[in-house]
Design a protein around this ligand. Structure first.
Ligand code: HPA
Length: 270
């Protein structure tokens, strides 16, 4: 383990004795699951060595360790984004720390725009695959062979096993669950109508500014991943209205109820 990871892990282990194997990243407005947890230990990003100070409104930036129905869990509230200007290695450092802590399963959530016109704002989409439209990758640079291979396989970044489980639980809970491809857009500008037409044409069903770098790093470290995209809005140009971050946060809050129910069932079953 490299020194930066060691520093972060040592600090975390000095605060909590819990050793979760499941982690979840909560996107904008999707918090709530921590209310159901016991034995909570909150560690702010600012208190973990080598974590950067987050800037995005609606992202608190902390690791929450706790138990959900007796199951140890690491909840990451808030995240770093590429558009904040940080190197991708810093954006994804929390994921590298998760791997170093022994996380084996990671649920990554986000707020994003629906590109597929069969979907509706307010629904969720399980990510079956992704398109990286940024031309960059957090794994560029020297490879740590002790974490994963130089040229990682990407044929099943999003676990078929967990996708199947999600569909079963969504049916039981009577929650409409879409499936599709998530495109990673650097942001911070939302897409233009022409960009959305392009993104649809090349095969994406949803678009957002996160998740993919985290999934690439987690997958490299051998972590099983489930991606849950919360469709807070129809992508640009589909409806005759402008898009604001405030509207995205309000919509995410509404989706968070169904999201919480689904995630709760999933965590208990993993
Ligand atoms: N595009 C990109 N990112 C987003 C969107 C969107 O429409 N909605 C929420 N995050």
């Amino acid at each position: 383990m490299n020194q930066k990871l060691k520093d972060a892990v040592t600090k975390i282990e000095s605060i909590t004795a819990l050793k979760p194997t499941i982690a979840i990243i909560l996107g904008s407005g999707l918090d709530g699951i921590t209310d159901k947890m016991t034995h909570l230990a909150m560690i702010s990003f600012t208190d973990i060595p080598h974590f950067i100070k987050p800037t995005t409104e609606g992202h608190q930036g902390a690791f929450y360790f706790g138990k959900l129905e007796g199951k140890s869990l690491l909840v990451m509230k808030g995240r770093y984004h590429y558009y904040e200007g940080y190197p991708l290695k810093d954006v994804t450092f929390p994921i590298s720390v998760m791997a170093a802590l022994g996380i084996k399963t990671l649920i990554i959530s986000n707020a994003c725009g629906a590109v597929n016109q069969k979907f509706n704002a307010g629904e969720m989409m399980i990510i079956t695959d992704h398109l990286n439209l940024t031309g960059t990758n957090p794994l560029i640079g020297p490879n740590d062979q002790s974490i994963g291979p130089r040229f990682p396989d990407a044929s099943e970044i999003y676990s078929k096993r967990l996708i199947e489980k999600s569909n079963i639980f969504a049916k039981k809970l009577k929650i409409r669950l879409n499936q599709g491809v998530y495109a990673w857009w650097s942001g911070p500008t939302y897409e233009t109508p022409a960009e959305i037409r392009m993104i649809r044409t090349i095969g994406a069903d949803a678009v957002g500014m996160s998740t993919v770098p985290e999934a690439l790093v987690a997958s490299h470290a051998g972590i099983e991943i489930l991606g849950i995209a919360c469709l807070t809005n129809m992508a640009t140009g589909i409806l005759p209205q402008k898009l604001t971050h405030e509207e995205v946060l309000v919509a995410a809050k509404k989706i968070s109820i169904d999201f919480g129910k689904l995630v709760y069932q999933l965590i208990l079953s993993i």
